[in-house]
Design a protein around this ligand. Structure first.
Ligand code: TXA
Ligand code: MG
Length: 337
């Protein structure tokens, strides 16, 4: 009998897609050198073609082949954070097609820290383009079971342990302004690797760099306002003094006003009086909260509540919580103060 690695390798070599574990979330991968295979990622996920894919490599050398600007600052970041949850957005080489980058000149590259992902990339011998293995706009998967629930038999899933980090990689764009020998850095998506960690690495070195909030309008087309949405309305309440009866009254009046669809994702709005609220509770440690976030969101939705609710606590502050809240706010259909 073939191993799952042999089956997955064969499928990818034959231009099909396969789901595989990484330390952040499970990915839905295809070889980067087949347009047909890469297009199958978009159709399987029902993802619009304007949302670019991250290219996964298994060595620094493979990363260098995907870009025309593996500059000294990128080198330092790669040596420190790879393999790991950091995606670097840098100028693409001719190996990277426009379908992968949605027509942009830059490509997102990541060297994942997961043995199964690395074995797969090495066995195929070509980098693998992979978004998170969920339908477009929905919650990312952190277990093989989540992926099966998402795609059924349509996708071969490589089994691994639950993803240790639990939220997607930090996406960092690095722009080198070569005439001035300086760099601009921009975090396009928050994640486990934080801006302070990057500063801590770069400050003592002699790089001339600055942080910017935006590079240009088109630089992160996939960064939508809504994302990770469960199918029932998800409400964030920032008023910790609000009584349950008050919350009920507000939900009864406000939820019916929500749209039926948000950025292409269908919402199942409650019918009649609301009496089944499910509360999402996260661990107090933000690293654990990140690890369990998507599983807990899915579990809470599976109990079929009319509405899902999260009470945000004043103690939940700091960069790691910011990465968690980035996801929670994109999943929310209503925010109450
Ligand atoms: O942890 C992760 O990054 C996971 C695992 C599977 O590696 N992947 C992942 O991919 O989260 P995805 O497609 O769900 O999110 C990738 C996001 C895009 O939506 C886009 O915002 C940004 O990364 N991105 C990718 N390539 C880009 C590029 N060339 N320029 C700007 N943003 C890019
Ligand atoms: Mg995703």
């Amino acid at each position: 009998m073939s191993t799952q690695l042999e089956i997955a390798t064969e499928l990818i070599k034959n231009e099909d897609v396969v789901a595989f574990p990484t330390e952040t979330v499970y990915g839905l991968g295809a070889r980067i050198d087949s347009r047909k295979a890469v297009e199958k990622i978009f159709t399987t996920k029902q993802r619009p073609f304007f949302d670019p894919l991250i290219v996964h490599v298994a060595s620094i050398q493979q990363a260098q082949e995907c870009t025309t600007d593996f500059n000294p600052l990128v080198q330092v970041l790669a040596e420190k954070f790879w393999p790991g949850p950091l995606t670097l957005v840098i100028p693409k080489s001719e190996k990277i097609s426009d379908v992968i980058t949605s027509g942009l000149q830059d490509v997102g590259i990541r060297f994942p820290n997961h043995p199964i992902a690395l074995q797969l990339i090495q066995a195929v011998g070509v980098p693998i383009a992979a978004p998170s293995a969920n339908k477009f706009g929905r919650t990312s998967p952190t277990t093989a079971q989540h992926v099966r629930h998402e795609f059924g038999d349509a996708v071969f899933v490589m089994d691994g342990e639950p993803s240790q980090i639990g939220i997607e990689s930090t996406v960092l764009a690095v722009k080198s302004i070569s005439d001035e020998k300086k760099y601009q850095l921009c975090i396009l998506r928050k994640g486990f690797v934080t801006r302070s960690q990057i500063d801590e690495l770069l400050k003592p070195l002699s790089f001339n760099y600055s942080w910017v909030d935006h590079l240009d309008k088109k630089s992160s087309p996939g960064n939508m306002k809504h994302h990770y949405m469960p199918s029932v309305p998800f409400v964030i309440c920032r008023n910790t003094a609000m009584k349950l009866s008050e919350l009920n009254t507000i939900l009864n009046s406000r939820l019916s006003q929500l749209p039926d669809q948000v950025e292409g994702v269908t919402l199942i709005k409650p019918k009649g009086q609301i009496n089944k609220i499910e509360f999402l509770k996260l661990p107090t440690d933000p690293v654990l909260a990140a690890r369990e976030l998507y599983s807990l969101l899915r579990l809470a939705s599976l109990r079929s509540p009319q509405v899902l609710c999260f009470i945000q606590l004043p103690s939940q502050i700091g960069e790691m919580w910011e990465s968690v809240f980035d996801r929670l706010y994109k999943a929310a259909s209503l925010i109450l103060d």
